[in-house]
Structure formats: C-alpha cells, structure tokens
Design a protein around this ligand. Structure first.
Ligand SMILES: C[S@@+](CC[C@H](N)C(=O)[O-])C[C@H]1O[C@@H](n2cnc3c(N)ncnc32)[C@H](O)[C@@H]1O
Length: 209
C-alpha cells in the first residue's frame, strides 16, 4: 500500500484494526518472550500492546509510518515524549516506549538500537504479497541473526476479500521465516470475520534470518 493509503485511513478514523486493548495472543503468550528485554514492534499503530509490553518490563521500540498515530498514542497515555528528528524519521520517546515515526523501509539498525525480540501483530498482514519478503529482509537488517518474532497472522480465502488485512497462509510463513512454531490459533474476530468470511488467526514463534 502507498503511504497515502495509511495516512487517509488514520485521518478518516478508519482504523478497524485498532483493538483498544492488549491483544489476546500477546496476553496469553507474553511469558514466551519475557526474558527478552528490547522488543521491536513494526507497524505498531497506537496499539495498547506497546503499553502492555512496557508494563511487563520490556523496553519497546515501535515503528509507525503515520506521525499522527504516534502522537495519538502518547497523548492517549498522558505522556509527553521527547522528539528527535533524524533524517527521514522522528523518534518519539517517553519512559520505556520509543516510537519511530517513519517508513519502516527507511529505518536503520542505528535508529532501533539493540533488539532482543520482535512482536508482529497486524504488520505482515497489512502488507501486500509483493512487499512481504522485502519486509522480512528489512527486519533482518534491524535485528541480530535468528531473532525470534512473536508473530500473529490471519488466514481467510483471499479471493473473497481484498486486503488489507491480507491472508498470510502458514505455508508462506514457513517460506519467509527460517523457522516457525505454531503456538496458538482461534477463529478470527474483527473486520474480516465481520464481513462473514471464515477466518482464523494464528500465532507463531518465528525466527528471522
Ligand atoms: C493494520 S495496522 C496495525 C497497527 C498495529 N500493529 C495494531 O495492532 O493495531 C498497520 C499499521 O502499519 C502502518 N504502516 C503501514 N505501512 C508502513 C510502513 N511502510 N512503515 C511503517 N508503518 C507502516 C500503518 O499506518 C498502520 O498503522
């Protein structure tokens, strides 16, 4: 999707992906990543997951294209971030939460710092098929080899609905990541399920690189 697509989604308030509470799989499986301190959250929106992770002793580094969404996160949490502009990105930080406002594909290892684990909810499934391999390759440049991702995907008959969110089948997850352990699944809730499609959410521990 072009940046304008996401900018208009946010400016028009069409953010059906925003859960408003910590994600079901994250709350169930947070223990699996508890010992990994610095969490990278690509395409983070203003997810409550950021605050949940920080409350569970993680240092959180989100990346979000739409700066208004980044501002909204801090405003809604009563925090006043410091803002550092560096090249194409603006780095917002308050306490244990940093959100890098900018295009993921322009973010560098120097911007994110040391990363111990990735949390991906509605990130890879927000990307069209032709961008997904590039997304995983770019993550690879940001994190050490064999970094774990707590990865949440959605599967549904793609020919019955135009994404985003896109269906990312298990076979594709296994192609994109060097390993993937399916740890949980459930019938999906949210916009795709509301459209009457049989959809399933899957949660993996996947390895990048
Ligand atoms: C489907 S939403 C998911 C947001 C969040 N993960 C959540 O669970 O609520 C995808 C988000 O990715 C952002 N986004 C899309 N393309 C991006 C890119 N290239 N770089 C950074 N953020 C991007 C969008 O603005 C949007 O907020």
């Amino acid at each position: 999707m072009q940046p304008e697509f996401w900018k208009s989604r946010w400016s028009e308030g069409k953010i059906g992906f925003h859960e408003g509470t910590p994600n079901h799989f994250l709350t169930r499986h947070a223990g699996r990543i508890a010992d990994r301190r610095r969490v990278l959250v690509p395409l983070c929106g203003k997810a409550e997951d950021l605050a949940f992770l920080a409350a569970h002793d993680h240092e959180v580094i989100g990346i979000e294209l739409v700066e208004d969404a980044v501002r909204a996160f801090f405003t809604e949490h009563g925090a006043t971030p410091t803002i550092v502009r560096r090249g194409p990105v603006a780095i917002y930080t308050a306490d244990a939460i940093t959100i890098i406002a900018g295009d993921l594909f322009t973010v560098t290892e120097a911007d994110v710092g040391a990363i111990d684990v990735i949390y991906d909810r509605a990130a890879i499934i927000a990307l069209p098929p032709e961008l997904r391999a590039r997304y995983v390759e770019h993550l690879h440049t940001l994190v050490p080899a064999r970094t774990t991702s707590l990865l949440i995907t959605l599967e549904y008959p793609q020919d019955q609905h135009a994404g985003p969110p896109f269906s990312v089948p298990e076979a594709e997850v296994r192609e994109l990541f060097s390993s993937a352990e399916l740890i949980d699944e459930r019938p999906a809730t949210g916009p795709v399920a509301n459209a009457g499609l049989a959809a399933i959410e899957r949660c993996y521990l996947a390895t990048v690189g």
